[in-house]
Ligand binder design. Structure first.
Ligand code: GTP
Ligand code: MG
Length: 360
């Protein structure tokens, strides 16, 4: 069995669990009945969370009102969760299990030092970090319209600098280890997608997470870095309208975090339906990462011949079972063809895995 550990980072209510819940459906839409690739969920706890989140989101689309205020009642993640998604090939025994770690975003607040230690210990065993970003807080209330300026509430919502420090401390790649992957996943992008501002979203991610980009630049061969924006609800569904004002005429703030507590979204088209877009991309990049490890395993002979001298094989053996690797590698072209690499804010910034050139 192949196992890959993924950490889903991000502040509270930014949409981490919702996007994990939408992944399976999007993956199946992309690969449909035309391929043998499929996702199975055998873990009951994972199934429960996904069902609950999908039900919560689908409520927005039942008896639609023109505007909705998010954050009113939602199922917050209650503790450290590990969701298990099995990627299978129909008719074959082998599978690749993604262990996706999710946690309550409030753990990133400064009054949760013990929980942060738990997270750091987890990250050390992860191959991939996904950093979920509440794009509305990144984009709104910025000083100007340039990429260098981010929303005034961004840091308090998205914890960019704090996450950067955790990554630098606990997500290091030892010499000889295969590269790790850092994926920035901006969520709730509908407004910016509909108004053609996804490149600005991309630029502001570069500004907000500057420390991570600088760290990766210093360790160029060690991190595959990707920006992969997502429309969790779907284009032309609900897009951000404004932060709700209180009776005093000021934006209503959460008394604890001092960030707007009532983001209001409007349905542009009242007849729209739940149609998440690009939620499969983080999964596909994860699969591309695994395929790269498998490929390196298969090149054992070359390793012996000295071509990959620095690569410690035992590390790869922890993740990859060569018997089923062969079956997956046969699907490599199908998977990599579906990787979105540009436009709509997408970018591969650092590419030691050479995904841009990946061909069979
Ligand atoms: N408009 C909009 N709302 C979203 C989107 N994704 C999630 N939400 C809503 O945002 C709220 C938080 O979503 P979750 O997925 O539970 O967020 P989380 O990051 O897991 O939150 P914690 O578990 O508390 O850390 C819920 O009310 C969701 O319905 C999106 O793409 N667009
Ligand atoms: Mg959650």
């Amino acid at each position: 069995m192949n196992i890959i550990n993924v950490m889903m980072f991000g502040g509270r209510r930014c949409g981490k669990t919702s996007v994990i819940a939408a992944m399976k459906g999007c993956f199946q839409n992309v690969f449909g009945e035309n391929t043998n690739l499929d996702i199975e969920i055998s873990d009951m706890a994972t199934m429960d969370v996904i069902d609950e989140k999908n039900t919560e989101i689908s409520q927005y689309f039942i008896n639609k009102t023109r505007s909705i205020v998010m954050n009113q009642s939602y199922a917050a993640t209650q503790g450290l969760m590990e969701y298990k998604l099995d990627i299978c090939i129909k008719g074959k025994d082998g599978k690749t299990t993604l262990n996706i770690c999710d946690f309550p975003g409030e753990w990133l607040d400064k009054n949760h030092p013990d929980e942060q230690k738990t997270l750091q210990a987890k990250i050390e065993h992860c191959n991939i970090i996904m950093i979920a970003i509440d794009t509305v807080y990144l984009m709104e209330k910025a000083a100007n319209h340039k990429a260098e300026s981010v929303g005034q509430y961004n840091e308090r919502r998205n914890y960019c600098k704090h996450i950067a420090n955790m990554v630098k401390d606990s997500f290091q790649v030892a010499d000889g280890e295969p590269p790790k992957m850092i994926m920035f996943v901006p969520l709730k992008c509908e407004k910016y997608y509909n108004s053609g501002e996804m490149e600005l979203v991309n630029g502001r991610i570069h500004t907000a997470y500057k420390e991570i980009f600088e760290f990766a630049e210093e360790n160029k061969d060690k991190y595959e870095i990707i920006i992969a924006p997502i429309l969790t609800l779907g284009k032309n569904t609900a897009e951000f309208s404004r932060f709700e004002y209180g009776e005093d005429g000021e934006i209503m703030l959460d008394t604890d975090l001092m960030i707007p507590s009532m983001p209001k979204y409007i349905f542009k088209d009242i007849s729209c339906s739940y149609s998440p877009q690009y939620c499969e991309q983080p999964l596909l990049y994860t699969l591309a990462y695994i395929l790269d490890l498998m490929q390196k395993m298969r090149n054992t002979e070359k390793v012996k011949a000295g071509l990959f001298k620095k690569l410690k094989l035992y590390i790869l053996e922890t993740y990859c079972d060569l018997a089923s690797a062969q079956d997956f590698l046969e699907h490599k072209k199908i998977i990599t063809e579906q990787l979105k690499m540009e436009k709509d804010g997408y970018e591969i910034i650092s590419d030691p895995l050479q995904l841009k050139e990946m061909t069979v």
